[in-house]
Every structure is written in C-alpha cells, then in structure tokens.
Design a binder for this molecule. Structure first.
Ligand SMILES: *Cc1c(COP(=O)(O)O)cnc(C)c1O
Length: 427
C-alpha cells in the first residue's frame, strides 16, 4: 500500500501530507528488506548488477552518456555515487523545503565546499553576508581565490539598498555568480532578507548567466524557515546541528531544483564528499523527531530569553523572538521565519572576564561549541567560534568580548534558568 504522489510529494484523500507525517516510512518499501518496518543500514561499498547490460545502462546514466528513458531510475552502482540510505534520506529531506531534490554530505562544510565548487568558476565573484560560519568564511576567503574566485562581504543587517550600492560601487555586477547568505547570522541572529537577495540576483542575471542565491539555513531550517519559497535557489545545512540533533554525528545537506542538485551531486561524486550509509541511517532516525525537538527547544528558548531580557547582569539580548526595537529586522522576521528558534546570545555586563566566570560556573549547560542538539550548550564566540576574525571586523559584526551564545536544548526551561541564575551569582 503505497501513498500516491505528485511533484509536490505524497498525498492522501487529495491532500498533501505534512513533512512530519512522512519521516517514519516515506520512500522505503519493506519488501526491499525482509519486511523490516525500518530501512536497514545498507553497509556496502558496491552493488551487484543483474547482468552486464544492466551495468552498462546504469553507467550510461551515471556518466550522462544518454538521457533517462521515461520512468527510468538511476540504478545502484557504488556507494560514492548512491546508496539506499542516502537516497531515502534525501527524498525525505527535500520534502521539508519543498525542493525537487536534496543531497547529503559528510559534513556541513562538505555540503558548502562541494556546492560552491560545483556552481562557481574562475573569474566569478561571490557576494556573501557577514558574519558567516567560520569554516565557510575561511573557505570563501582563502580557498576559493586559489581557483580565481573572488568574494565580497556585506553586513548581515545591511539594507537591500546598501547591498545594491556596494555591488554597483565595486563594479562586480557583471562577474557576480552567487549570493551566499547565512540567516539568521551566527551568533548575532541578524536576519538577511532572502527575497531582496533574489531580486538583486535577478537584476544581475543574464540569459547566459544565472546568479544563484544560496542560503545556509542551519539555524532555523528546515522547520522554521524555507528559503526556496522566498526565491533562493539552494539551501545548505550543517546536518550536524538541528537535523542530526543529538550531537552524535557530523553531516551536511543541500536542497534545490533538480538542475542545481544534479550539478552538486556530480561534483560530490568526484570530491567523494557524500555521507556514509551509517550517517544516513542515523539522520533518518533523527528526522522522525525533528519537528518536535525544534518546537520544544524553541519554546524553551522563549522562556530563557524572557528571563535574560530583564536580568541586571545582561547588557543586551540577541533573540529573534524580541525584535520590537528593530522594525527593519522585525519585518524580515515576519516575512521569512515561522518561529524564533533556540539560539540565544547575550552581552554580559563587563567583558571576557565576566563571560568566562559565567561559563566556568555552569553546571547543567555544557561549555562547548556546536548547537542544535538535545542538550543545552554555551560558548564564548569572540575567543572560540569567531576568534579567527580580526577584532576590528568582529566589533563591526557586533561580536563583543562579553558575548555568550547559548543553544537551548530540550531540558525543562526552569532547570536551564536555575543553572544560568547560579552561574550569574559567581559573576
Ligand atoms: C556548524 C555549521 C556549519 C558547518 O557544518 P559542519 O557540519 O561542522 O561541517 C556551517 N554553517 C553553520 C551555520 C554552522 O553552524
């Protein structure tokens, strides 16, 4: 008994099913595996062809030597190219973003580096928001230039007019090939207007060259933010964070149109940056609880943020659920986010010394980088995740010496607050 399906996904009684209803079994047929209700781990490097003709046909498709016949699917060849765990996972993942297709990788950085190499070429310019994840920042500024790809950054909370002005002033419009943004930005939670980026990209696209809008959607996606619906072409994830959600794996993903993902997967085959079957299986397990985890964490964060907001030791709070003093950011929030998520940052009164005292005295919340897992984590961006950025740029981005970032987990929010309260008492 299979669900009926069209290009928008599976439906029942004429209605498309919601993503959370499909994460348990969509895309897997028990008959493939002794009627097991769950997909097994296909821990295999290679796949047996029924006969030589079949092997030939599979390779013709894999290497693009001919077009697919109607209803013809790419057969299983070798686990660097495709594997059932990855294929089922990709089919489930794409549903959240309403994408044609998805691709999974060994890490978020593998997703970013492979996608950018697939979509950029020497002479191109990539325009990106700032701050972005440290690894992406390094890759764009230090690795891509080796291949003749230049970059230019803009402040995450710059207005659309300011970004446009920058592109015109620097005269990069003609060479512009990609706008890469991270929204909300880490750790300041500044939002970048996806629709405005799509408009700018369109303006600089020609018949021969489409400017691609890529969005790192790790912080709010794929539950609370859907960039493809606002004109983005590619969404990228560190699946290590909310998608994996248990701080027990490293993985990445991206989703977009069939055309873009075909190019990205082509590059993935030759970079060898795909996820392993085991990681794919773990991510399928994680997807079953993705929505309830993210909703629970977002509710917890709301309570924790309300506590921090009026605390005498807090100078400033950075939380998406509280943008009333910033109409520009609030308008973007209303347009492209359906909840505030569970990343909070705050400036403690004082500087590094006070922030360290606070962090060293936490008991329930763990002092660690990374985020999005079931347990709450706290860190000091200026000396940890963002220490590679020079202090002047860091100040411009709004990352001060007293800033603490918290990823709120699924613990009871009152327990998280108790821990914060006792840690504050040491400051
Ligand atoms: C962690 C992270 C990455 C990198 O992902 P890895 O899985 O560590 O390679 C990229 N972007 C954002 C926003 C992240 O938080």
């Amino acid at each position: 008994m299979q669900l009926e399906e069209d290009h928008l996904g599976p439906h029942l009684n004429g209605k498309h099913l919601r993503p959370e209803s499909l994460m348990m079994s969509y895309g897997y047929n028990p008959e493939w595996s002794e009627m097991a209700v769950k997909a097994p781990i296909y821990q295999t490097s290679t796949f047996v062809f029924k006969n030589a003709e079949e092997g030939k046909a599979f390779f013709e498709l894999a290497y693009g030597l001919r077009q697919k016949e109607e209803k013809e699917e790419l057969g299983l060849i070798y686990s660097r190219l495709n594997n059932p765990d990855l294929e089922i996972l990709e089919n489930r993942l794409r549903i959240w973003d309403g994408a044609d297709e998805a691709a999974v990788f060994a890490s978020g950085m593998a997703a970013t580096s492979t996608s950018l190499l697939a979509l950029l070429k020497p002479g191109d310019v990539i325009l990106h928001s700032e701050p972005i994840y440290g690894g992406s920042d390094y890759y764009i500024k230090n690795i891509l230039p080796k291949f003749g790809i230049r970059s230019m950054g803009f402040r995450a909370n710059a207005t659309a007019e300011e970004v446009e002005e920058l592109v015109n002033k620097e005269g990069i419009g003609e060479k512009l090939a990609m706008i890469f943004i991270e929204t909300p930005a880490n750790p300041t939670n500044h939002l970048v207007d996806i629709e405005a980026c799509a408009t700018l990209a369109k303006k600089h696209s020609t018949e021969a060259k489409k400017v691609v809008v890529a969005v790192d959607n790790t912080f709010l996606g794929p539950v609370f933010s859907h960039p493809l619906k606002h004109g983005a072409d590619l969404v990228i994830y560190s699946a290590t964070k909310y998608i994996g959600g248990h701080s027990d794996l490293i993985a990445g993903a991206c989703a977009g149109s069939a055309e873009i993902i075909k190019a990205v997967k082509g590059m993935r085959t030759f970079m060898g940056s795909m996820a392993s079957p085991w990681t794919g299986w773990m991510l399928m397990r994680s997807l079953e609880t993705l929505k309830i985890r993210m909703e629970c964490q977002a509710r917890g964060a709301e309570t924790v943020a309300a506590y921090l907001k009026n605390h005498s030791k807090v100078e400033k709070l950075y939380y998406l659920g509280d943008l009333s003093d910033n109409p520009q950011q609030e308008a973007i929030y209303k347009k492209q986010c359906s909840a505030a998520g569970s990343m909070i940052a705050f400036d403690i009164k004082g500087g590094e010394k006070e922030a360290f005292l606070f962090l060293n005295n936490l008991k329930l919340i763990k002092l660690a980088v990374s985020l999005g897992g079931t347990e709450s984590l706290a860190e000091h961006p200026a000396s940890m995740t963002h220490s590679d950025i020079n202090p002047t740029d860091r100040a411009v981005m709004g990352i001060g010496e007293g800033m603490v970032r918290i990823s709120v987990g699924v613990e009871h929010p009152d327990d998280i607050i108790s821990d914060i309260e006792q840690a504050f008492a040491h400051v």
